[in-house]
Structures are given as structure tokens and as C-alpha cells.
Ligand binder design. Structure first.
Ligand SMILES: NC(=O)c1ccc[n+]([C@@H]2O[C@H](COP(=O)([O-])OP(=O)(O)OC[C@H]3O[C@@H](n4cnc5c(N)ncnc54)[C@H](O)[C@@H]3O)[C@@H](O)[C@H]2O)c1
Length: 335
């Protein structure tokens, strides 16, 4: 069940508590209870207390953290590339290892999980390249406008909070959050460098979800970017294959036009910004897009479009973390 973030950065454990009490009331013999929600270190002790208040028999608790990705949850559940178990009881570990091939960890599973998420967050920002063998982590090794969604931002802030509780100043993780929070401004800066004053300009936005293959817009970088552009007087044409309704529920504005396709969102635009790397955008017919636009600026917030192809077609192409490719020599270069 969900463990949303409280205003102070801590995880809200009320759903977990309620479920633990329900489990306690329902138990009638030895059981191993696996915690898959993302919870702070030490939560299993609390869960044990909540269960014990309702059930006096023997039971064991194990951490079995979730590594699935939104958009491919069923595949990732059936074909995990790693499983972490955190448990003190040999019988619980034996029971859990009997059914699968596991990477065992006798340290608390959650710490191991959070460590992997932290690693992923750092990689997401610095784009070190393709040196890691695991498919799940490798898929995050790209520079871009930053992470979002319901898990990474929440887990990262929760770990900073946990570190604070033991008076540890987690500078690395704080910097990750800080850099991620400022990453969205790259899009605004690139638009300003390409177009100058943005007031009255029309910009097409491709992608509102925090990542492809999901309609989840929670903490999506698109939200910060869109709000910043509206403040600067930009008119926006928005398109996402599935996340438009969710986005519209959290933010709408008279300067925004909701479009039915990537092509429609590009029509008569001075610039188009790709914010989510949906396959549809990666494979888009760039020649038709170019003809539909009034300008030539293409900002690729996820480095997914073939840069040379874009330049050959006459776009001024601005990726993230790499030099721009200009179709006209008088447009300033920005990284
Ligand atoms: N979404 C992800 O990709 C992902 C990945 C890894 C870990 N997690 C973690 O998994 C947890 C759940 O995330 P989510 O995205 O699935 O949340 P969610 O809000 O989509 O789903 C939570 C579900 O729990 C159910 N629930 C709440 N109380 C219950 C109870 N007492 N008994 C039975 N069901 C109950 C709710 O009805 C809901 O369907 C969170 O701690 C999250 O951090 C999520």
C-alpha cells in the first residue's frame, strides 16, 4: 500500500499500520509477512508491534522491496533482475528463497533498496555511460531534465530525513535533489537562448508524464517547465499519448491548448520541446513536423531524437548536456 510523503518529508505509515492491524486480526497460524511498500528503516519493528497487539501467535516479518517500474510492472514482477530480502528469521528466508532465485541481503532490505535508488538518481543526472550490466539500472543512464514520479522524489527526501534523525548531513543526496530540482530550467534557458524574449511565442510540448509508458504525472518535470513558461508569457500546445487527463486535473491555464497529436502540437510553433521520451516522439516524422512549425527550434529534453537527422532537416537542435546543432550559424550555442 501507499506510503505518501508527509509535509515534513517523512513517510505516512497510516495505511501500513491499518493493514498490519487487519493482518493481525486475520492470522490464525504461523505466517511470514512481507513488506513491499517503501518504508523507513525500523518500520518492521513498528509493524511487528501493531500485529502483536492483535495476534499473540508466532509470525515473522521480511522486507521484500519492490523494484518494478511503472509502465512495465507485470513484466518486472514476473522477470525480476534482482530480489532483495531483509529478514532476521532463517525460516522466513528459507521460505522466501524456495520460490525464486534471489540476491540475499542480511542487512535491512530497505537500505539496500534505497541505496540502489540513490545510485540510479545520481546516474540519471550525470550520464556516466553504459558500464553497468543490470538492465533496470542501465535504462536510467541518460542525461535529461530529471527524475519524477511517485517513488524517487519521495524516497530520496525520506532518506535525507532519516539521515537527519541520526544527525548525519547527507550532502551527496541533498545535492542530487538540488540538481534535479534545477534541471527543468535547462529547457527554459535553451528556449531563451534560441528565441530571445519568450513573451507571445508559441511552444509545442511533447510529453507530460514523468516518464514514458505511464499516465503518472506526479512530480513530472513537465509541470515545472510549463508553469515557468506560462509565467514568461508563452502560449503552449500540449500533447501526451495518455497523460493529458491526469495533467489537466492538476494544472490548466488559458494559455494552454490541448492537442490530439504530436503534429497538431507542433503546428505554427516557434519551438517544440520533447519532455517525455514516448516512442511516438522518437519515431515521429520530423519532416512533417518541420513543415507544420513556423520556427525551427527543437529542444530534446531526453536526448532521444537523432541529432544529425534533425539538423539535416533544418532544425536548430538542442539536446541536454551536449552542444546544440545549429541549422543557422547565427544562433548562439548552449549546453
Ligand atoms: N509504483 C511503483 O512503481 C513503485 C515501485 C517501488 C515501490 N513502490 C512502493 O510501493 C508502495 C505502493 O505504491 P503504489 O504506487 O502501488 O501505490 P498506490 O497508491 O497506487 O496503491 C496502493 C494500493 O494499496 C491499497 N491499500 C491501501 N490500504 C490497504 C489495506 N489496508 N488493505 C489492502 N489494500 C490496501 C490501495 O487501495 C491501493 O490500491 C509505496 O510504498 C511505493 O513507494 C512503488
Amino acid at each position: 500500500m501507499g506510503t505518501p510523503q508527509l509535509p515534513n518529508g517523512e513517510a505516512d505509515l497510516s495505511f501500513v499500520k491499518y493493514a498490519a492491524q487487519e493482518i493481525g486480526r486475520a492470522m490464525n497460524s504461523y505466517k511470514v509477512i512481507c513488506v513491499k511498500s517503501t518504508v523507513p528503516v525500523g518500520t518492521n519493528d513498528k509493524i511487528a508491534e501493531w500485529i502483536k497487539a492483535c495476534y499473540t501467535g508466532r509470525f515473522d516479518l521480511a522486507s521484500l522491496p519492490e523494484f518494478l517500474r511503472e509502465g512495465s510492472a507485470i513484466h518486472d514482477t514476473l522477470h525480476p533482475d534482482r530480489v532483495v530480502i531483509g529478514a532476521n528469521s532463517e525460516s522466513a528466508i528459507e521460505l522466501l528463497t524456495r520460490t525464486d532465485s534471489f540476491i540475499q541481503s542480511h542487512s535491512p532490505g530497505y537500505l539496500c533498496y534505497i541505496g540502489l535508488n540513490l545510485f540510479t538518481n545520481v546516474r540519471d543526472l550525470i550520464n556516466k555511460g553504459n558500464f553497468c550490466g543490470q538492465k533496470c539500472i542501465r535504462s536510467f543512464l541518460r542525461a535529461g531534465i530529471g527524475y519524477g514520479g511517485s517513488c524517487f522524489p519521495k524516497d530520496t527526501k525520506a532518506l535525507i530525513q532519516i539521515a537527519g534523525n541520526i544527525e548525519y548531513d547527507f550532502k551527496l543526496l541533498k545535492s542530487v535533489v538540488e540538481v534535479n530540482n534545477s534541471q527543468y530550467s535547462k529547457i527554459v534557458e535553451k528556449l531563451q537562448q534560441a528565441l530571445g524574449n519568450l513573451a507571445g511565442r508559441t511552444v509545442g510540448v511533447w510529453g507530460l508524464a514523468f516518464k514514458p509508458d505511464t499516465d503518472d504525472v506526479r512530480e513530472s518535470p513537465a509541470l515545472q517547465i510549463i508553469k515557468a513558461l506560462i509565467k514568461l508569457g508563452v502560449k503552449l500546445n500540449l500533447y501526451d499519448p495518455v497523460a493529458m487527463n491526469n495533467f489537466r486535473r492538476i494544472y490548466d491555464h488559458p494559455s494552454m491548448t490541448w492537442c490530439d497529436s504530436a503534429l497538431q502540437a507542433a503546428e505554427n510553433c516557434d519551438a517544440v520541446c520533447l519532455l517525455t521520451e514516448w516512442r511516438e516522439f522518437v519515431e515521429v516524422d520530423l519532416a512533417s513536423i518541420k513543415s507544420a512549425m513556423s520556427g525551427v527550434v527543437l529542444i530534446d529534453g531526453r536526448n532521444t531524437i537523432l541529432a544529425e537527422k534533425a539538423r539535416t532537416l533544418g532544425f536548430s537542435y538542442y539536446p541536454i548536456g551536449r552542444p546544440a546543432l545549429q541549422s543557422q550559424s547565427n544562433i548562439p550555442e548552449c549546453v
